[in-house]
Design a protein around this ligand. Structure first.
Ligand code: ATP
Length: 362
């Protein structure tokens, strides 16, 4: 088993800096998701771990071994891409067996391992079939199996589920997690799909514009985003961020949010953190499921009610300055009504308006 250490890693293509800075230690046996919008540098980071790209500066270590100049084949990594690389002229069995044959394992061992992985990935009924005619879903499952069968210490997956259909994606999320638990590989998983990252990863590394924004457990990054980018990127809908300014009333500290009114007094630790700062301009943040709305004459206008099955997203405010609140679907609120907004005080997160950085409780 192997840990991966990315030290001050950067990557430029000509004058364009695809990865501006990356410092990340992935522990032995850990499942880390690199999550971020398209073009943020996830694949570039992954390709450098795999040995397909050389870093412009910085270092990659697997345990204590510096990977500079070590070819892909010598790194001991398994790599699965968005576009499965399958030998279409071979059967499913032969595709799975390929890596073991290259390693010259005895035939009985190859047969045992092919059957075991086929069973695990539900490929047993297709073992004799030619790969050329398989569906996209099955091909991607096969691609994962083909890489996993050689039991690499490090398993890299770059958007492996983006071409498969939604129902199959849900199944594969569970299976990939099981696979990693069973083989205990160090797993790095590139995705722009937060659901995949949230459900599978031990830790998520959120990236934007070539910069690592935050790392933490899925719950940590969701509940305590380091900045407004992470706050808005995670969650569906993302965290509400309302422009406001700090005001002190007697012994209380609260946030004046213009049309959204004044907040409840901030909890003690957050109030202390805000008082300690010179700047007054903040973003008042809270998750859409951490607030309630009650019909109130003269309250905030409700301008859109989005029904999504069990839940309803209610949009309040004046269009562009909207706040979204997620409620049960029997809430009785309709567009055109007005309502009072109450935010769970423990769920309030504040961000510096200029830097976007979280104002942490002290
Ligand atoms: P996506 O999910 O769209 O692949 P990503 O986060 O994986 O996004 P990268 O593929 O790492 O992003 O690309 C980061 C940036 O670097 C992008 O702007 C991309 O156009 C650029 N880039 C990547 N590879 C090269 C290259 N070989 N030459 C020039 N620019 C490149």
């Amino acid at each position: 088993m192997t840990s991966i250490h990315l030290e001050n890693l950067t990557k430029s293509f000509g004058s364009f800096q695809a990865l501006k800075t990356m410092e990340l230690k992935i522990e032995d046996g850990e499942f880390v998701a690199l999550l971020g919008p398209s073009g943020c540098g996830k694949s570039t980071t992954m390709n450098m771990i795999a040995g397909m790209e050389e870093p412009t500066s910085g270092r990659i270590r697997f345990d204590d071994r510096d990977m500079a100049g070590v070819s892909m084949g010598k790194r001991g990594v398994g790599f699965v891409f968005q576009n499965y690389a399958i030998f279409t002229h071979m059967s499913v069995y032969e595709n799975l067996a390929y890596g073991l044959r290259v390693r010259k394992l005895p035939e009985s061992e190859i047969d045992r391992r092919v059957k075991a992985i086929a069973e695990f990935l539900q490929l047993t009924p297709m073992l004799k079939q030619p790969s050329a005619k398989l569906s996209v879903n099955i091909l991607q499952r096969l691609a994962i199996g083909r890489s996993a069968i050689v039991e690499p210490a490090i398993f890299l997956l770059d958007e492996p589920l983006s071409n498969v259909d939604a129902a199959f994606r849900a199944v594969m999320r569970t299976e990939l997690k099981h696979l990693q638990r069973q083989f205990k590989q160090t797993m790095v998983y590139v995705t722009h799909d937060q659901l995949e990252a949230m459900t599978m990863a031990d830790r998520i590394a959120v990236m934007d514009h070539g910069v690592l924004q935050q790392t933490g457990s899925p719950v940590e990054v969701y509940n305590n985003p380091a900045n407004t980018f992470v706050a808005g990127f995670l969650g569906s809908p993302g965290m509400n961020l309302i422009k406001g300014s700090v005001v002190e009333e007697g012994s209380s500290v609260l946030i004046d949010m213009g049309e959204f009114g004044k907040s409840a007094p901030l909890p003690g630790a957050l109030a202390t953190a805000v008082r300690a700062r010179k700047t007054r301009d903040v973003h008042y943040g809270f998750r859409p499921e951490q607030a309630s709305l009650a019909a109130l004459e003269g309250g905030l206008p409700i301008f859109f009610v989005e029904r999504i099955g069990a839940r309803t997203i209610v949009h309040v405010g004046r269009d562009k300055a909207a706040v979204k609140v997620v409620l049960d679907n029997d809430n009785g609120l309709e567009a055109g009504m007005t309502a009072r907004l109450d935010v769970n005080p423990g769920a309030v997160r504040l961000f510096d308006a200029a830097s976007g950085q979280a104002i942490r409780e002290v």
